[in-house]
Design a protein around this ligand. Structure first.
Ligand SMILES: *[C@@H]1O[C@H](CO)[C@@H](O)[C@H](O)[C@H]1NC(C)=O
Ligand SMILES: *[C@@H]1O[C@H](CO)[C@@H](O)[C@H](O)[C@H]1NC(C)=O
Length: 448
């Protein structure tokens, strides 16, 4: 299989294949664009930019917009900002998170101002605010005030055990910011419910959320998605030791897991070894989940042509260094997760009594886990974990899901999107130099 870059385009924002027609559809934002999301039901595109939210139709024509900044703020003050906050000054509002919640007809918008408070806008007309409150204090702070801290999220649901109510929520993954709330992963309510406020956190799971670890691991979240009853977070983090190198993981949780018992991290490797050298692309930059075209599917997922594949761009650790595109079939990710979780649950330990396949990344007295030998059948019955099973877990480096890059470059790839044209898979790759590359695959018989 060969992947080639066909053309370098430098369009700012151009998704549709009508790009190559006479009229070029484009939208120019006056400020830096932070996030772009598509509503699959309407074809509308929402753009989260510094100080502005834009609503575009499928031809990238502006339908509506909302101004979110600059506003008087100070990251150390508790909103609402009043005269008591002495050092408040006009600050830009960087868009941190943008999510389409079709079920409620809302756009979830979280910015860097006011401790990362979110608001809900009307999907049909983003100039109409559906919900905003800056008086609910700490429990409703979601995003980060810091420009460099990345935030990702995904819409999901939460069943209240007492009333069986099916509540609309979103899960958030957020790195460490010095004046943020410390939660690594949280589940945020998207509606008013009983005593609870919109955006309040629904899950208290001290092991996954504990602050000393968040500060040590320096998570850098790049993507979140849901598929088939699971929520996934893709990020890089340090190993918590003196080594500051970032390693990539995908974490998986069951949807509606009220305690995050199912939280498990799998290390992803993207590297190539030749006789001369080993090139490791350890830090994930961006990713896109897609069903590949038939040609590619026959090659990498022959037993399940409908399986989805995670396309991810990675960089080598050094600044501005090399980067690569790697592909991970979701079925391979799930199979490896099952393997390492099962190994722990059935009590596979090494001679030194440490677990064979996993470690416990967020517990201070580690490795006293996986010693109880449980029945394999029972493990199947608790695929989302349980109180009496060890959690959270992370795979050891030897059990990383390792693949070879399908495309490499000696500059920085920062974005990826995938489309299928005539059963051929085409990846659009963005670079730090603001180029867009079109990379496609075609089948070649194997030459041994
Ligand atoms: C709860 O609602 C969501 C859609 O909002 C749906 O996908 C999910 O299946 C529902 N869950 C249950 C258990 O009814
Ligand atoms: C993944 O990479 C790490 C760090 O480079 C290495 O220690 C580990 O052995 C690799 N795992 C696999 C399965 O290749």
């Amino acid at each position: 299989m060969a992947w080639r870059a066909l053309a370098a385009l430098s369009l700012l924002l151009c998704f549709s294949s009508s790009c190559c027609d006479d009229t070029q559809d484009y939208f120019l934002s006056e400020t830096v664009i932070n996030n772009v999301v598509l509503d699959p039901q309407t074809g509308r595109i929402y753009v989260g930019a510094v100080n502005n939210i834009y609503q575009l139709n499928y031809k990238l024509q502006l339908e509506s917009s909302a101004v979110t900044g600059p506003k008087k703020d100070n990251p150390h003050c508790t909103p609402p900002i009043t005269a008591q906050c002495t050092d408040a000054k006009d600050m830009d509002n960087i868009n941190k998170l943008l999510l389409v919640n079709s079920a409620n007809g809302n756009l979830v918008v979280c910015g860097s101002l006011f401790r990362g408070i979110c608001s809900l806008l009307n999907l049909n007309s983003v100039d109409k605010q559906v919900y905003y409150s800056d008086t609910k204090k700490e429990k409703t702070y979601v995003a980060s005030t810091e420009e460099s801290v990345t935030v990702v999220g995904v819409i999901s649901y939460f069943i209240d055990d007492d009333t069986n109510a099916n509540l609309s929520v979103f899960l958030v993954g957020k790195g460490y910011g010095s004046s943020d709330s410390a939660k690594l992963i949280s589940t945020r309510l998207l509606q008013e419910y009983g005593e609870m406020d919109v955006f309040e956190n629904m899950v208290d799971a001290s092991t996954v959320q504990a602050s000393p670890f968040v500060q040590r691991y320096l998570h850098d979240f790049r993507h979140a998605f849901r598929d088939n009853g699971y929520i996934y977070f893709l990020f890089s983090r340090t190993l918590g030791t003196s080594d500051s190198r970032k390693i990539t993981f995908i974490a998986r949780l069951c949807e509606n897991d009220h305690h995050y018992y199912s939280y498990t991290e799998l290390q992803l490797n993207c590297s190539v070894k030749t006789e001369q050298q080993e090139n490791t692309y350890n830090k994930v930059q961006a990713a896109y989940l897609a069903r590949p075209g038939e040609v590619l599917a026959r090659e990498i997922i022959p037993s399940n042509l409908n399986d989805k594949v995670l396309f991810a761009v990675f960089s080598a650790d050094e600044d501005g260094g090399n980067s690569a595109l790697c592909m991970y079939p979701l079925s391979s990710i799930n199979a490896r997760l099952k393997e390492v979780i099962e190994s722990c649950y059935i009590g596979e330990v090494l001679e030194d009594e440490k677990p064979k396949t996993v470690y416990s990344p967020y517990i201070s007295k580690p490795e006293a886990i996986c010693k109880t030998k449980r029945d394999k059948e029972m493990v199947k019955g608790y695929k989302c974990g349980a109180e009496f099973l060890p959690s959270p877990l992370a795979s050891k480096p030897e059990y990383a899901l390792a693949v070879k890059p399908i495309y490499t470059r000696n500059d920085m790839l920062t974005a990826v999107a995938v489309a299928v044209e005539n059963e051929h898979t085409v990846a659009f790759l963005g670079t730090s130099g603001a180029d867009v590359l079109k990379v496609s695959s075609w089948y070649r018989p194997h030459v041994e």
